[in-house]
Every structure is written in C-alpha cells, then in structure tokens.
Design a protein around this ligand. Structure first.
Ligand code: NDP
Ligand SMILES: O=C(O)C1=N[C@H](C(=O)O)C[C@H](O)C1
Length: 267
C-alpha cells in the first residue's frame, strides 16, 4: 500500500505538535517535511520534543518545500493569513490541503473553492476536527428546525487569537441554512455596555469566553415557551481532534472536491 506523503505547517504549535505525533504513529502516513518559519535548514529532530523523529527537514517557505519534497497532502495548523497562503500554494503545486486553521473569510473560502475546481483537486477546510463537535453542530442544525431562538456560547483557552471561534461561526451558518431568519431578543433592546449581546450572525448571538484552563468548548442554547434545549461539546485535549484529521487526510486523497466542514464527509 502506498503511504500518504504529508507535510505539516505549524509543527511546534498546540495542534501542529499533536498532528506530528498522529502522522508519525499512523502506519499508512509518512511525514515528509514540516513548515516552520523560525527553523529553516534544521531537521525536526533538532527541536525539543521531536528528537525521536528522524529524516524530516524543516522549511521556512512552503514554495521551496514543495519544489524539493514530493508530497500528497498539506496539513495546516497555523494562523489565517499564513494558512491561506499555504493552502493556495499547495493547490498550485497539486498538493491537497487539509486545513484546521480558523479565521478564514468567505472570500478566502470562495477563492480556494475556485482553485480546487480549476485544478480538479481535493481540499478540506474543517473549523473543528473533533467528531463530537461535528455531531454537536449537526444536532444543533436539527434542533433549529423546531427552535427558532438560539444563542451560541463558545469557551476557549486564553491563547486563542480569533473570536468568535471557527466552530461557532460554522454552527451559526449551519443553523442559518435551515431556520427562518429571525432577529433575536427584544426589537428595542439596547446595549448599555458595548458588546453585552455578543457578536451577531444572521440574528443569532455568539458569546466568546477566554480563560486559562479551558481547551475548546461550545454550548448551543435553544429556547422556546417554558423550555430550553442545551447541546454542549467539550474537548479536553488536542488528541480529541486527531481522528478527524486522519479521516480528512484519507478523504482528501479520494475526493477531488472542495469541502468546508467535516460534517460533509462523515456519515
Ligand atoms: N480545526 C480544528 O479542529 C482546530 C483548529 N484549531 C486552529 O488551529 C490553529 C492553530 O491553533 P493552535 O495550535 O492552538 O495555535 P498555536 O499558536 O499553538 O500554533 C500555531 C503555530 O503556527 C506557527 N506559525 C506561525 N506562522 C507560521 C508560518 N509562517 N509558518 C509556519 N508556522 C507558523 C506558530 O509559531 P510561533 O508560535 O513561533 O509564531 C505556532 O507554532 C488556529 O487557527 C486554531 O483556531 C485549533 C484547534 C482545533
Ligand atoms: O483555537 C482553538 O483551540 C480551537 N479552534 C477551533 C475553532 O476556532 O473553532 C476549533 C476548536 O474550537 C479549538
């Protein structure tokens, strides 16, 4: 069986380091190189925590990496600006991106979809790889058919750069696709402290909590006369995301499609 040849961008990060572990421990995956802007010319084994991983060169520039290393899939776990550049460059080199990085704009997603169509290549952008989180989003979409009023509370560690989380935005988009549009709360409500009602997407409010000790959590609250329905998911560590990353890599090798959201590829 041919191994899937993979490069990872962001290997020192909280998610990237977990992805390095997952890829190197998966029989049919092969880690060919990593992209890290701080360690050009080094080997991954030179970095703390990776001493046991042999023969994996570090490139600071994805272009140079792809010119020198033969690979099938890029896993990107960096920042939105960097991730977008990496995903585009990968596609232009016929490498399939699996992107967990959040904070992409609608325009970014449309641009990537366009390149995928032109190149007839697969690309998976997944705001959340945890299978439980994907179910939480799907269940929320189901519930939204019966409950018109919903507020999303996402809770994350205090090192997170983007707010609201990619998962919260995706959840709101999935709900928006099935519910009748509604501006929630009192029509005359006024914030006496700016931001009190959180962010807003299609009339839904999203509240972002940032605290040390948290990893990644989300509660979707539905309300109607005399009842609330609460759907919650908690990730307690980054290993929780890795089975989803694995599924995404295997799927992107088989499908020549642009996919936004893991819910589109799991049954
Ligand atoms: N889809 C999902 O399931 C999940 C997605 N995420 C998302 O993944 C992304 C990363 O999260 P997390 O691991 O917590 O963040 P970290 O900050 O821990 O990791 C990001 C890594 O990217 C590195 N980096 C920055 N610029 C570059 C570059 N030009 N080339 C290569 N590496 C670069 C950073 O290096 P340095 O720190 O030295 O600048 C850092 O090591 C975020 O967007 C987050 O929202 C997170 C969890 C789950
Ligand atoms: O930064 C994180 O940690 C996470 N980011 C993703 C998001 O923005 O939804 C996924 C998960 O919530 C963890």
């Amino acid at each position: 069986m041919n191994k899937v040849k993979i490069i990872i961008a962001g290997p020192r990060g909280r998610m990237g380091s977990e992805a390095v572990k997952m890829v190197t421990n998966t029989e049919h995956f092969e880690l060919k190189a990593v992209i890290d802007y701080k360690y050009e010319g080094h080997m991954l084994s030179d970095l703390e925590g990776f001493q046991a991983i042999n023969n994996v060169p570090i490139f600071s520039n994805i272009e140079t990496c792809l010119q020198n290393v033969e690979c099938d899939v890029l896993i990107d776990l960096t920042t939105p600006e960097v991730g977008m550049h990496h995903a585009k460059t990968a596609l232009l080199h016929n490498v399939r991106p699996v992107v967990g990085t959040t904070g992409f704009t609608k325009a970014d997603l449309e641009e990537l979809e366009g390149i995928c169509k032109d190149k007839n290549l697969g690309c998976i952008i997944a705001p959340n790889f945890a299978l439980g989180a994907v179910l939480m989003m799907k269940f929320s979409q189901m519930a939204a058919k019966y409950f018109n009023d919903v507020e999303i509370i996402e809770l994350h560690h205090d090192k997170k750069l983007d707010a609201p989380s990619g998962t919260a935005v995706k959840t709101a988009e999935m709900i928006s696709a099935v519910r009748e549009s509604k501006q929630q709360g009192h029509p005359d409500e006024k914030e006496t402290l700016s931001g009190a009602r959180g962010a807003e997407l299609d009339g839904m409010h999203i509240h972002s909590v940032r605290l040390p000790g948290l990893v990644a959590h989300q509660q979707v609250l539905f309300g109607s006369d005399g009842q609330t329905l609460s759907i919650r998911h908690d990730s307690y560590n980054r290993a929780s995301f890795m089975s989803g990353v694995k599924i995404a890599v295997d799927t992107v090798m088989k499908q020549d499609l642009f996919v936004y959201g893991l819910e589109n590829i799991i049954e």
